[in-house]
Write a protein that binds this ligand. Structure first.
Ligand code: HEM
Length: 558
């Protein structure tokens, strides 16, 4: 009799706990601990009475509580009373986010999202409380000026838990700030670093670094003889991008091209990005994951690295108006000094956002150009016409920005291989009552929506013909008859108030690197490599983790 009472009590508490789960975004670890650890212990005394064993009573109490809790959550998520019930999607996605977490761990979430849209149409339920939307007319109300703040995935991507509960308090985390007003404030200092006059100051750095890269590679090619230099171009582009990032963010400090990354900094970066790409799907796990000994080592090491570099830069002071100069407000334009934690977390953002994105784009562009010889030849002819080979290196930023085909190659690479493939998520602001997308989709609070650049960019309604084919020509003024180029469906830099603030520097860097490599060297794939092999190895861990690019390089003769 008292066993039944115990089961009823335990089950009842589980159902009440479920109501709590529905009401709150459960990122509060203390409440979660009480809910899952302490509440099931309440009916212990009743079980103890009927089972005559404390151990058995604990097992039965917790088992009953968790079984009823999971069953009721599952039933609710699959039931017609769930607000996202009417949207199609696989049962496994409707039930739990652990499935997307698993797919992300395999690095192929972008492919899965595309398959889901091919099967289910423009609106797919990809999580219990999440939709993925493929409809260009809705992008402005998702990401754009009429859009929403960033979604809960950002709570699971932070490198350290914020202790401050006030969403408006200064935390210095531009990229993970979910409150729109706070985001606007955070963005002010970043914007100063990317005005036209500020970017002009980064040009000499790009020129110095690309000349260094070309010099080193030319020397290596000469040493390699007639058979050519065999190397992993992907790695060399990473060396370049990291050195450039170090110069423009911290005023110097890295020389990976010289020392070939003997301290393993690039591994630190890619390892450090892996775990947040998983915890972003289950934000409530972050605090637990960060506190597990050994598990979050790579994340912590990356944060420590950023902190060391920040301390070094503060000690050494500014050698020119680098990004840090703006983020630390060294011109004293703000009312109050920027708190150190804000400077530190912005430094982590700058290191990650400022190197991995351009690296994966440049590597993919080189891979496409090596595979598509006619594109390579056409690009080289354009560069030669503007910067005659053997006379002048293609370094003048203003002139490079005018090269139509060079820009088309970069646009097309970003279309095919956007560095942020799936991770653009937005959600209605807390206490907003929800958000209307167009005239038919209402997103209640507690739900979120993805717009995946990869999926839009490969949709034949927006890019036709052959959206899966690399074709820079589609960006030229005289496209093929019948061709479709819907630039509103093109958003590798995202859209709206949280779009990529670093775009002008990224463009400067990518144009300079591509023009110089194409002008100075001949390339072919080593070991029968191809775009297909490259693509299989590039993985979506929020920012694309690029594959290797084995090539044989020779110095250009004529
Ligand atoms: C090919 C190069 C790049 C691409 C395709 C790219 C793409 C993006 C995208 C898609 C976002 C938006 C994320 C969102 O909406 O949730 C973003 C944000 C951001 N990017 Fe980039 N990025 C690139 C290079 C850079 C560089 C070189 C920097 C320089 C530090 C940078 C700094 C940032 C920052 C700080 C944000 C956050 C903006 C905000 O929240 O207001 N990015 N980027």
């Amino acid at each position: 009799m008292s066993l039944n009472k115990g089961i009823l009590a335990s089950g009842g508490l589980a159902l009440l706990s479920h109501l709590w789960f529905n009401r709150y975004e459960s990122t509060d670890w203390t409440s979660l601990g009480i809910l899952l650890g302490v509440i099931p212990a309440i009916p212990l005394a009743i079980f103890r009475e009927s089972l005559n064993s404390t151990l058995l009573a604990i097992v039965v109490a917790y088992f009953t509580y968790y079984s009823v809790l999971l069953l009721s959550i599952g039933t609710y998520r699959l039931s017609p009373i769930h607000p996202l019930w009417k949207y199609p999607g696989p049962v496994v996605c409707r039930l739990s986010k652990f499935w997307l977490c698993y797919l992300q761990s395999r690095g192929k979430l972008h492919i899965y999202f595309k398959q889901l849209h091919d099967k289910y149409g423009p609106v797919v339920r990809v999580g219990p409380n999440e939709l993925s939307i493929l409809d260009v007319s809705l992008l402005p109300s998702i990401l754009g000026a009429n859009g929403m703040p960033k979604g809960p995935m950002w709570d699971g991507r932070r490198f350290s838990e914020s202790k401050d509960k006030d969403p408006k308090a200064p935390k210095g985390q531009l990229i993970s700030t979910r409150d729109l007003e706070h985001h606007r404030n955070e963005r002010r200092m970043w914007n100063r670093a990317f005005t036209t006059p500020s970017v002009k100051k980064y040009e000499p750095i790009a020129i110095r670094r690309i000349s260094q890269m070309v010099d080193i590679l030319q020397r290596k090619c000469s040493g390699a003889g007639k058979s050519g230099l065999r190397l992993n171009l992907s790695q060399w582009i990473s060396f370049f991008a990291f050195d450039f990032m170090g110069d423009f963010v911290f005023g110097g400090g890295f020389d990976l091209m010289q020392d070939c990354d003997k301290h393993g900094i690039l591994n630190l970066l890619s390892d450090g990005m892996y775990l947040p790409s998983l915890t972003q799907h289950i934000p409530w796990c972050l605090k637990g994951v960060l506190s597990m000994p050994g598990v979050a080592m790579s994340m912590k090491s990356l944060a420590q690295f950023a902190h060391r570099e920040t301390a070094r830069r503060i000690k050494e002071g500014a050698v020119f108006d680098d990004l840090f100069y703006h983020l630390n407000d060294e011109a004293k334009l703000e009312d109050k000094p920027v708190p150190l934690p804000a400077v530190l977390s912005n430094a982590v953002t700058a290191i990650i956002a400022g190197s991995d994105t351009t690296t994966s784009t440049l590597t993919a562009a080189m891979c496409f150009l090596i595979e598509n010889r006619s594109c390579f030849t056409r690009l080289r002819a354009e560069i030669d016409a503007a910067f005659p080979f053997g006379q002048v290196a293609p370094t003048e930023a203003g002139k490079l920005a005018q090269l139509e085909y060079l820009n088309a190659v970069i646009n097309e690479t970003l279309r095919m291989e956007p560095p942020v493939r799936t991770g653009l998520q937005r959600a209605p602001a807390p206490k907003s009552g929800g958000h209307m997308l167009g005239s038919s989709i209402f997103l209640p609070e507690g739900t979120a929506v993805y717009a995946s650049p990869y999926v839009y960019h490969r949709d034949p309604r927006y890019f036709f013909p052959d959206p899966d084919r690399f074709c820079p020509e589609r960006w030229l003024s005289k496209g093929e008859p019948g061709a479709v180029l819907n630039t509103s469906a093109y958003f590798p830099w995202s859209l709206g108030p949280a779009n990529c603030v670093g775009k002008p520097v990224a463009q400067l860097e990518m144009r300079t690197v591509l023009a110089n490599l194409i002008q100075a060297f001949d390339f072919e794939f080593a070991d029968g490599y191809s775009y297909k092999a490259y693509d299989a190895k590039s993985l979506d861990y929020f920012i694309t983790h690029k594959g290797p690019l084995p090539v044989i390089m020779k110095e250009r003769c004529a």
